[in-house]
Structures are given as C-alpha cells and as structure tokens.
Ligand binder design. Structure first.
Ligand SMILES: C[S@@+](CC[C@H](N)C(=O)[O-])C[C@H]1O[C@@H](n2cnc3c(N)ncnc32)[C@H](O)[C@@H]1O
Length: 214
C-alpha cells in the first residue's frame, strides 16, 4: 500500500472506532454560519456521526435535501442508524473520499465542513470539487485547522498522525492560495484562534466562508 492508502486506512480505523463514542470531534461551528433555508440542497463534507446533517435537514424541510459524505465505514453506519431512528426522509449518507464528490455539478446551495479537510491528501482536488458541485451563488462554510509553519515530512507521511487531525494540515498562505486557485474570488474569515499545540506541531483553527460567483 502507498502512503495515501495507508492514510485512508488509518482514518477509517480511527473514525470507525470513534463513531460510537460521544467525544466532540469538531474544531469549529461551520453550521452556525450556514443558515440553511427551506428547500435548499446542502452537503456536509466529513459528516462524522451525522448530527449536523440532521440539523440542516430540519432547517431545509421536506422540499430540501441534505447529503453527508464521509470516508469512514463506521461513521456512515452510525449516521444512517441515527437518521433511520428518527425517520428522516430528506437525507442521504454517502461513503466517499472528498477528492471526488459523488454529486452533479451546479447542484448544491450550501456546503459545510468541520475539521475534515486537513486530513485530505490533495486539498486542491477537494476545493475544485466544491466549486464544481456548488450552484452559482452557492455558499460554503468551513471550519478547519492550518499549521503554523510546514509540518515536518516525518509527520506528514505518518498515517496515524494525519488521522489524529494535525499532520495533514498546511500553512495558512498555502491553504488560501488553493481556495483562490479553485475559482473562489474572496475568502471571508469568520472566526480564528490563536496558535495552540496539537500533536508535535502548532496549529490554529479558523472558520471561513466562500461563495461561487454568479
Ligand atoms: C474530526 S472528524 C469531524 C466529524 C464531523 N464533521 C464533526 O464535526 O463532528 C473528521 C471526519 O472526516 C472524515 N474524513 C477524514 N478524511 C476524509 C476524506 N479524505 N474523505 C471523506 N471523509 C474524511 C472522518 O471519517 C471523520 O468522520
């Protein structure tokens, strides 16, 4: 297996184990800035146990629809169990890597993501996909972390360190350049923390909003 497959395997193992715990997995509150409206089509990238998907499903109502996308078998099973238990008919949970989103172009009004994109190997592909599936004028609110300085290579390629939500992070200037390269003209930072230690490095958390031009 190459490094990317090893990382995906480590993420699957870690998050499948966490699916049945109640510990907080989030580094921010993207959903609090999304304001889904009745009838809108929403997506949560890295939907974990599915709680943000169900909250958005309540807000969009029966004329809207919410997709949760996650790579972990355990998280997808847990979120389907929850949505079935409460009888949701306007949600779907899809197991997929965020580098290839299983949704049509120009199909979504709102995308959120909490503390997930740092794990993904090719972040440019994720933002290109976000741009592709958003409708013109569609909005995307993301909470994530960035690294303070470059993550040393020994950690970047360590599957467990990436799965633990720090070693896959990149510096803020690189992060913002990737978003701009995908076609988003403006990045509005809504919240940002001071640097703090995580694993063997320092990171900061931020929440930002991007909008696909009309
Ligand atoms: C820190 S948890 C956050 C879960 C949820 N967003 C929350 O705030 O509670 C990260 C989630 O991202 C998923 N994930 C990690 N890498 C991924 C990838 N490449 N593609 C899709 N999902 C991924 C994990 O399985 C996990 O459920």
């Amino acid at each position: 297996m190459n490094t990317k497959s090893n990382i995906i395997e480590a993420i699957n193992v870690r998050y499948s184990n966490l699916a049945h715990s109640s510990c907080c997995l989030s580094c921010g509150g993207a959903i609090n800035h999304a304001h889904p409206q009745p009838g809108e089509i929403c997506v949560d990238l890295g939907s974990g146990r599915g709680t943000d998907v169900l909250r958005m499903a309540d807000e969009v109502g029966n004329n809207g629809y919410v997709y949760g996308i996650d790579i972990s078998t355990g998280m997808i099973a847990k979120s389907r169990e929850l949505s079935d238990k409460f009888g949701y008919t306007n949600v779907a949970f899809i197991q997929s890597d965020l580098e290839t989103l299983p949704l049509p172009e120009n199909s979504c009004d709102v995308i959120i993501s909490n503390c997930t994109i740092n794990h993904v190997n090719n972040k440019q592909k994720v933002f290109n996909e976000i741009y592709r599936i958003l409708k013109p004028g569609g909005r995307c609110i993301i909470s994530d972390i960035y690294s303070i300085g470059q993550v040393p290579l020994e950690y970047k390629n360590d599957p467990d360190a990436v799965a633990e939500c720090w070693a896959g992070s990149i510096p803020k200037d690189e992060y913002l350049a990737i978003i701009a390269q995908a076609g988003f003209p403006e990045i509005v930072i809504l919240e940002e923390s001071e640097p703090y230690p995580k694993g063997a490095i320092y990171v900061a958390s931020f929440t930002y909003k991007i909008v696909k031009p009309q």
